[in-house]
Write a new protein. Structure first.
Length: 229
């Protein structure tokens, strides 16, 4: 498998008053194209910080990040924004949908930000909403959708730019057990059909049976890194 992301000796330190907290402590990790990977562990283990580093939202205190062989350390803020928009999709636990926009308009939004023509954005958004099983709800506002349906819209929005990587930070945290399972199964299906790498965090060990690889974080360190049989 080709390497998509390399993390080398990543540290992320936060200063709270006079106290220094090591959220990530010397993390080295390779993530490969097409993987379906979960980072799990107790609250405060560093999962969300790791997602922010991988997604180039946050910069490490020390260490190097390479994405498709490109060292991201020297990219300007504008270059990082463009790079994220082109290569990375995000799914959030609170969905982060624009309440006054329909499902279709929410999914079109990333393409329109990139300057894609409206009719092309609509065609692409409609196709990916069909992929996630929401063709009957494309004109529905978020408050008319269930939690599981809203997360499907969020997954469609992440996929519409055809990213190399989708990052989902606790995507099932606000869902019941059945919807949590359905969302993870949908992400797995999209991982295979779109050939896109998925990295997500969870505190629910029951969801780990769906993944190729699981990384256990504890106190900012990788405690175990297991590939499924």
């Amino acid at each position: 498998m080709n390497t998509l992301i390399q993390l080398r000796n990543i540290r992320r330190r936060f200063q709270l008053g006079e106290t220094s907290i090591n959220a990530l402590d010397d993390i080295s990790l390779d993530i490969y194209e097409g993987e379906f990977l979960a980072a799990w562990g107790p609250s405060g283990s560093g999962k969300s910080t790791l997602m922010n580093i991988i997604g180039l939202i946050d910069a490490p205190t020390a260490g190097e990040i390479s994405f498709t062989g490109k060292n991201t350390r020297n990219l300007s803020d504008d270059e990082l924004t463009d790079f994220r928009g082109e290569h990375i999709g995000f799914v959030f636990q609170n969905f982060n949908l624009v309440p006054v926009l329909s499902a279709l308009e929410n999914v079109m939004l990333p393409l329109q930000i990139q300057g894609v023509a409206a009719h092309t954005a609509q065609e692409c958004a409609t196709a990916v909403l069909q992929d996630v099983g929401l063709e009957r709800f494309i004109h529905s506002l978020p408050d008319k959708l269930s939690g599981g349906q809203r997360q499907r819209v969020a997954i469609a929005r992440a996929l519409v730019v055809k990213p190399k990587l989708v990052i989902a930070d606790e995507p099932t945290a606000n869902l019941d057990s059945e919807n949590s399972r359905m969302v993870v199964e949908l992400m797995r299906k999209m991982n295979r059909s779109h050939n896109v790498t998925f990295v997500f965090t969870t505190h629910d060990p029951r969801l780990l049976e769906h993944v190729d690889r699981k990384i256990l974080l504890r106190d900012g360190k990788i405690e175990s890194d297991e590939v499924s049989a």
